[in-house]
Design a protein around this ligand. Structure first.
Ligand code: CTP
Ligand code: MN
Ligand code: MN
Ligand code: MN
Length: 417
């Protein structure tokens, strides 16, 4: 940390959380190619170790935040996280041909793995089983009667055509505004924040991540009420509600920094929503965040009984996969299926949750590792724990989270590692 601040030309930090990583950068080709190696290593990995995959990801993060266009691999001499393997690959790519990557992108197995893991609820191990069965297309899985009972897989397959089509930022903004409007009716003062890739300025993503909190701590029971309301508006296809599993111990417990993301203990709802098609159409760049609701007024009917949250509805909501998934041709409906994550954070943890859910995954991984290695503290989406005092440092803004970590603030748009 020391020695960096105030210097006119800060040296290139080994920590991605001390560097600015914008969405658009000068080494896109190299980063993309290194992430092919990351993805491939993740899929090949049998012991869920992911260290090889992460090594490629860190090398990719280096080139994404590198101040100049890499034209010669020697420009990366002495830079941490660009190991011999990544260096060789970069050298070959700059010379115009990398045999290792060329073989991977031409491997049928890799194509199928990418295709199958693109299904909601399907990870590398399920994808491998499907390949072993001889399945070569999504259709093979859709037509099989012997398939995982996991509701996510069932609905994921049924609406795969919709879900593989990326969510655009205008959709995400407009959906968030609908949620904001409905949420405010249920619980005045509720904070509704679009997070994930869209908060980092991405133009498209695989889902819509919305984080909630309430400054007066009145959030108990809110998410189920919101889901009841969205069901009335005919905007829910399926999903599952998870209660908070937070307890003080999670602040200090040993934790694993894995490649497949970090688990938190917030109350959440993960599912698939039905977004009106007219919400989806329109030009990505032109819709400002503030007036996105104009086209969706027909679904903004009056609130009737928002408090009629019966146990029966609760059971259904817990797992919509209890009902068998159905399919309707996209031309026969006025909605499109979209993956949605709703997360509820207590206000005292909110800014840590905001950093955690804004991502990127790799930015978080780096923040947490930095906090462990450099500060001997544990950072999670729930707080920042000091092992020596046994206390957590409060944060009343995102800036304060960075201050607590003794890091320069990074704008979300620069957290695209
Ligand atoms: N996240 C998390 N815990 C989870 C799932 C996700 O903390 N159980 C974090 C991830 O680290 C990520 C952010 O929440 O930074 C959003 O997750 P995700 O939607 O998977 O990634 P995005 O960056 O939004 O990418 P995409 O645009 O493809 O959705
Ligand atoms: Mn190697
Ligand atoms: Mn997301
Ligand atoms: Mn998500």
């Amino acid at each position: 940390v020391e020695g960096n601040e105030g210097a006119s030309e800060p040296r290139f930090s080994e920590w991605a959380c001390q560097r600015s990583t914008p969405l658009k950068h000068q080494n896109d080709f190299l980063a993309t190619q290194l992430e092919i190696l990351q993805k491939y290593a993740e899929m090949k990995d049998e012991n869920h170790d992911y260290s090889r995959a992460l090594a490629f990801r860190r090398a990719s993060c280096v080139v994404k935040s590198f101040p100049i266009t890499v034209t010669n691999v020697n420009q990366l001499n002495g830079i941490n996280h660009v190991g011999p393997h990544s260096k060789r690959v970069i050298g070959e790519l700059l010379d115009g041909y990398c045999d290792e990557i060329n073989r991977i992108v031409n491997e049928e197995w890799f194509e199928k793995m990418k295709m199958f893991t693109g299904v909601f609820g399907v990870g590398p191990s399920t994808a491998k089983k499907w390949i072993e069965r001889g399945w070569t297309s999504i259709k093979d899985a859709q037509e099989s009667t012997d398939i995982s009972k996991d509701w996510r897989v069932q609905w994921g397959l049924a609406f795969h055509d919709d879900l593989m089509n990326p969510v655009k930022s205008n959709e995400a903004y407009r959906f968030t505004e609908i949620i904001q409007t409905e949420a405010e009716k249920i619980l005045p003062g509720i904070v509704v924040q679009l997070t994930g890739g869209f908060r980092r300025g991405k133009h498209q993503g695989h889902d819509i991540d919305i984080l909630f909190t309430h400054p007066n701590g009145e959030e108990t029971g809110f998410l189920p009420k919101l889901l009841t309301r969205l069901e009335k508006l005919n905007m829910v296809l399926c999903g599952s509600h998870e209660s908070s599993s937070f307890h003080e111990k999670v602040l200090s417990e040993d934790f694993k920094l894995t490649a497949r993301g970090q688990l938190d203990h917030f109350e959440k709802w993960l599912g698939i929503c039905k977004l009106p098609k007219d919400l989806v159409s329109g030009d990505d760049a032109q819709i400002p965040l503030s007036n996105g609701l104009e086209k969706c007024t027909e679904i903004k009917e009056n609130v009737d009984s928002l408090d009629d949250y019966e146990p029966k509805a609760k059971k259904q909501r817990k797992c919509h996969g209890d009902n068998s998934p159905f399919t309707i041709a996209t031309s026969e409906r006025d909605w499109i299926a979209r993956r949605v994550d709703f997360i509820m954070s207590p206000y005292s943890q909110y800014y840590y949750a905001l950093v955690g859910w804004t991502g990127s995954k790799q930015f978080n991984r780096d923040l947490r590792l930095y906090s462990q290695k450099v500060l001997n503290r544990k950072l999670t989406s729930h707080g920042f724990y000091d092992f020596t005092t046994g206390k957590t440092l409060p944060a009343n803004s995102e800036t304060e989270v960075f201050e607590n970590l003794n890091l320069q603030y990074q704008h979300p748009k620069n957290r695209n590692c």
